[in-house]
Design a protein around this ligand. Structure first.
Ligand code: SAM
Length: 300
């Protein structure tokens, strides 16, 4: 499946603001499952393919010498660059770095390794601009279903070092909860009502997405499959901001520029929270289910 739906800069900005990133402790749990081989011969490198505004790249980068986020959308890469938190070295050592960068032999090392230990680049998943056997981990979060997946697997295999890993995370599934069961039912009824409309704008049906991730196989015999649930508290307005970052919402807005579905959705949720009868602080719990699949390339 290959679509270009994350292109505009306002989408990229909303994405960075409202789309929940993979929490560091989920990243840490994933890394803990990899058989990473530390070597003095080379710096460890992770690449995050379809990185969007780069939150997962930043989280992964804490475990590697270098990290590169690739995305096909120029707007997403611009946003990721502006959010890049791993530039402290530059700020603290600016004078030294600029002085050194006058010397040609240092300039590449400085720009590629020191100024931006985490880099963002425009690239498709199907043709990654790296030499063969140079990457320790190829990671993908919430993006594999947009790729030409067979072409991506071949490319991941090409760039991975022997023993390297492919990590694919999907956060398609989320469930809504409230401590009060009556409120929980009402919140879900409201959500189902509006989602049944938005679902008709999906480029890929929910069932096809589910099937894609259930049947997903990397190039390698699968070593690990696991799901980690993460709870986040949402107010109706925050939940709608999240909903608006979904590709089906872009499609709804495109087809209905004057439509007020999101406003009505938010108002209905607010009404439920106010009049639902249960004790509430105006928020409900969303559990994001991170489905993780890890494959390892053979050593030889
Ligand atoms: C749902 S977003 C996920 C972003 C990020 N990984 C995250 O977890 O928040 C999907 C991203 O995949 C990118 N994308 C889609 N098709 C792609 C392709 N063929 N190659 C590279 N990136 C692609 C989109 O531009 C978009 O930024």
């Amino acid at each position: 499946m290959s679509y270009r739906v994350f292109e505009s800069s306002s989408i990229a900005k909303d994405y960075a603001l409202y789309r929940p990133s993979i929490p560091d402790d989920v990243t840490d749990a994933i890394i803990g499952k990899l058989k990473l081989q530390k070597s003095d011969d080379h710096e460890s490198l992770v690449v995050d393919i379809g990185c969007g505004s780069g939150q997962f790249t930043q989280s992964l980068a804490r475990h590697f010498d270098r990290a590169i986020g690739y995305d096909i959308s120029v707007a997403q890469i611009d946003e990721a660059r502006s959010q890049n938190q791993r530039k402290n070295f530059v700020l603290q050592n600016r004078a030294l770095l600029y002085w050194l960068s006058n010397y040609k032999s240092y300039s590449i090392i400085i720009s590629e390794y020191l100024l931006f230990p985490t880099l963002y680049r425009i690239s498709s998943a199907e043709k990654i601009p790296l030499e063969s056997k140079t990457v320790d981990v190829v990671a993908v979060s919430q993006a594999a279903h947009w790729f030409d997946f067979s072409a991506f697997c071949l490319e991941a295999d090409r760039v991975l070092r022997p023993g390297g890993h492919v990590v694919i995370v999907s956060t398609i599934r989320k469930t809504l909860h409230h401590d009060d069961p009556v409120m929980e039912t009402k919140i879900n009824e409201c959500n189902d009502r509006y989602m049944s409309i938005l679902d008709t704008y999906r480029l890929v049906s929910h069932d096809d997405l589910d099937k894609f991730y259930i049947n997903l196989k990397s190039h390698y015999p699968e070593t690990i499959r696991e799901t980690i649930g993460v709870n986040v508290q949402y107010s109706p307005v925050d939940y709608l901001n999240l909903t608006k970052t979904m590709s089906y919402s872009f499609k709804y807005k495109q087809n209905n520029p004057d439509g007020n579905l999101f406003e009505k959705f938010q108002k209905s949720l607010e009404d439920v929270m106010e009049t639902g009868g249960g004790a509430t602080d105006g928020r409900f719990r969303v559990t994001f289910w991170h489905d993780i699949s890890i494959g390892q390339k053979g050593i030889s």
